[in-house]
Design a binder for this molecule. Structure first.
Ligand code: FES
Length: 177
């Protein structure tokens, strides 16, 4: 003889249902209200699909755009860029941050170099290469213009991403792409 197993429907009282629904509404409302506040305190994440990173100082702290823009027009600020490469950001003539950054890595043998504001050039101390303000070669032995990166500002955060479009100095595909 077959024994049947009693099927019991779990019952839920009307009060329990109301409590559950009220709790769900409160939780949703609280989340919506707290999200913007929580987002404010959480630093922006980096490493987008496009390879963007946040510009940082040598201690690894993000550098706000306002900090660089407080300097005089024409200033070249050195920041840690893609893969930690030192990268020059420039304040353009209109007082904004130039959207083109220049990687501080000589195309001859990879030395880093200072900006010389008197000559308006990047001047490599290793073997005397000179580069114009846009990174094009003025004097060898450097064989190629300096590598460029894309610079964007979002809410005072400086984002640096790989330069993959046409090199504005040569009108050609960049040599590093
Ligand atoms: S490494 Fe810059 S000129 Fe040689």
């Amino acid at each position: 003889m077959e024994e049947s197993i009693p099927l019991e429907c779990p019952s839920i009282s009307r009060r329990q249902l109301l409590n559950f629904l009220t709790g769900a509404v409160v939780a949703t409302t609280a989340s919506a209200a707290l999200y913007p506040a929580a987002k404010f305190f959480v630093p922006p994440t980096e490493g987008d699909e496009d390879g963007s990173i946040i510009a940082k100082d040598r201690l690894g702290n993000p550098i706000p755009a306002s900090q660089i823009l407080a300097e005089p027009i024409g200033t070249r600020a050195l920041v840690a860029g893609l893969a930690g490469e030192p990268t020059y950001l420039a304040i353009a003539k209109d007082g904004t941050l130039d959207t083109i950054g220049i990687v501080d890595n000589c195309t001859h043998l990879g030395c880093t170099f200072p900006w010389n504001p008197n000559d308006n050039q990047f001047q490599c101390p290793c073997h005397g290469s000179r580069y114009a303000a846009d990174g094009s070669v003025v004097k060898g032995p450097a064989p190629l213009p300096l590598k460029l990166v894309q610079v964007n500002i979002e809410e005072d955060v400086i984002w640096i991403s790989p330069w993959t479009k046409t090199d504005p100095r040569t009108g050609k595909k960049p040599w590093w792409v």
